[in-house]
Design a protein around this ligand. Structure first.
Ligand code: GLC
Ligand code: CA
Length: 558
């Protein structure tokens, strides 16, 4: 494997609406991010991914882009962005933007022009397709519920539909049209020329369509089939577009790119993230894939620790020797990792440290999602009205339509909802958690008085300082090579223990985390050096003793 500039880096995701508000309107913004750059630096972050800040009607919280080359006024201006970029670089960090090009917003000029004139150049940027048998062209279900097809606005009386894999307000862009692809390359290069380091690439597994729109056998009682199943079918063909995107944009800029793509198989991995891959890396979304194989929140099931571990380990083993993965335990699309993947008795600071130990020493570029570094848990929502996410509302209504009670329908949204991770960042114990001087756009996490950055910043035993220690360990001169390039090897103990090795040239690092209530006594093969531990784990000679949530990291020199 070739060595790349971004190997060994630590990334951090900012959800801009909820990170830091600078002007009291209750919504996070670019000046707010600027004010917190020293905080990110202190944590040890190298690369900052900012979720979409482009002009948007925010139907899907900015993942519906109305103008790719302007900043939405709620976040500030392009001048603010330039200042943010300069300040970030001055601190030795980089910014990557969110590239949302499977679809745009129905408010984008392209879509407006396309609807106004079906013979325009812009009409060719979308999938405008004739109906079939008096209905939609096929039976795919959108990611946010209902058919992926709707009548073209202004042409409701015609037998003509446009495609949207996500919300109605997110029309899919037609990648089979070279003119559309040119527009995208131009825009991507414009951002890269500005000096951003690269992109997180949204929903990129969705861009390859079967232009005969054949549909798929129904997977639920609505007679529809989830669009993700069509994506899986088309996955092997994605390279046709992605290689061109790489050659025209990312490669000449030596950009760092991380793709959101589900189901990469071993066969295609080299093409995706090998030395000359389409992307630098891909998120490890394997846990979510298992959960989201079910058609709706009603059937979603949380993973056991063993399932969680098997997902992560499967990905790690697949990437060994081919390229780097981007391990995550949470992002803006998932509940908080500590609430979702740890047993209920570890839905706390101990669990946050345990899961951090697992995540931060895996092979790849770990991504930390804002608030994860202080151990934020799921938010308690008391009514569906407190959920802002359109996806949760759709799932709620679906459950209600199937006879579920309000309480039960709310419970599944609270357990699986994306808003769990989208509530404002908790900076201090003041009224609005130091996030804003106004009224936060979204509910504050229930524990904000005690669970916040201020309470943890100077506390040696805090989750925050444990994250700092893990990052410092990864970056330490002595262990950098092993923790960056060392192969991953699973270690089997029992179903409640997550243990693995990193095999470096001059050392092996062993990571052991116990998630059972019962203590674990574990004998290592040789006597090692304890590099870091959490939750009172201890090591004497070859004997490791790990209580509930205990984690230990040991080095064995060769
Ligand atoms: C990605 C984003 C998600 C968004 C969707 C549509 O999955 O992470 O937040 O809703 O794409 O853009
Ligand atoms: Ca603001």
């Amino acid at each position: 494997m070739q060595k790349k500039w971004w190997h060994g880096k630590i990334a951090y995701q900012i959800y801009p609406k909820s990170f830091m508000d600078s002007n009291g309107d209750g919504i996070g913004d670019l000046k707010g991010i600027m004010s917190r750059l020293p905080y990110l630096k202190h944590l040890g972050v190298d690369i900052i991914w900012i979720s979409p800040i482009y002009v948007s009607p925010f139907v899907d919280q900015g993942y519906d882009v109305a103008d790719y080359q302007n900043i939405d006024p709620i976040f500030g201006s392009m001048a603010d962005f330039d200042e943010l970029l300069a300040k970030t670089k001055a601190l030795g960090m980089d910014i990557i933007m969110d590239l949302v090009v499977n679809h745009c917003s129905s408010e984008h000029q392209w879509f407006k022009k396309a609807c106004a004139d079906l013979n325009s150049k812009e009409a060719g940027y979308f999938y405008f397709v004739k109906g079939r048998n008096g209905g939609a062209p096929d039976n795919l279900r959108s990611y946010f519920g209902g058919s992926v097809w709707d009548k073209i606005p202004g042409h409701e009386n015609e037998d003509l539909y446009y495609l949207h894999y996500f919300a109605k307000q997110q029309p899919d862009l037609n990648w089979s049209n070279p003119a559309l692809r040119e527009e995208i390359y131009k825009m991507v290069n414009w951002w890269l020329d500005k000096g951003i380091a690269g992109f997180r690439i949204d929903a990129i597994h969705s861009v390859m369509k079967d232009l005969s729109f054949p549909g798929l056998p129904a997977d639920d009682i609505d007679g529809l089939c989830h669009a993700s199943k069509m994506n899986a079918k088309m996955f092997s063909k994605l390279g046709i577009y992605l290689s061109e995107l790489r050659d025209r944009t990312f490669k000449p800029h030596d950009a760092f790119t991380v793709g959101e793509a589900f189901s990469p198989s071993k066969e295609v991995l080299e093409a995706f993230i090998g030395d000359d891959g389409y992307f630098s890396t891909l998120f490890d979304l394997s846990c979510r894939e298992v959960i989201e194989a079910a058609p709706s929140y009603m059937e979603y099931k949380k993973l056991t620790v063993k399932q969680f571990r098997d997902c992560i380990f499967g990905t790690q083993q697949m990437y060994n020797g081919i390229g780097m993965s981007a391990p995550i335990i949470e992002n803006h699309d998932e509940p908080r990792g500590v609430s979702y993947f740890m047993p209920p008795y570890l839905n706390n600071a101990e669990g946050a440290k345990a899961i951090a130990t697992v995540l931060m020493l895996l092979r790849g570029i770990p991504f930390i999602y804002q608030g994860q570094e202080i151990g934020m848990t799921n938010t308690r929502f008391d009514s569906i009205d407190e959920h802002e996410d359109l996806f949760a509302h759709d799932e709620y209504n679906k459950a209600k339509a199937r006879g579920w009670s309000d309480a039960d329908a709310l419970a599944i949204c609270n357990e699986h909802g994306r808003d769990n991770a989208r509530t404002p960042m908790l900076w201090d114990d003041s009224e609005n958690a130091g996030f804003t001087t106004g009224k936060p756009w979204m509910k504050l996490h229930q524990d904000h008085k005690t669970l916040n950055v201020k309470a943890q910043y100077h506390d040696e035993n805090s989750v925050f300082n444990y994250y700092r220690a893990l990052i410092a360990l990864r970056k330490s001169k002595e262990h950098f090579d092993c923790l960056t390039w060392g192969a991953f090897e699973p270690v089997s103990v029992n179903d409640a223990v997550i243990a693995y090795k990193r095999l470096g040239e001059s050392e092996t690092i062993l990571v052991v985390v116990n998630t059972a209530k019962e203590p674990l006594v574990y004998e290592t093969e040789a006597e090692g050096t304890l590099l870091l531990s959490c939750n009172e784990a201890s090591c004497t000679g070859r004997t490791l003793t790990l209580g509930c949530g205990g984690g230990a990291v040991l080095s064995f020199k060769k």
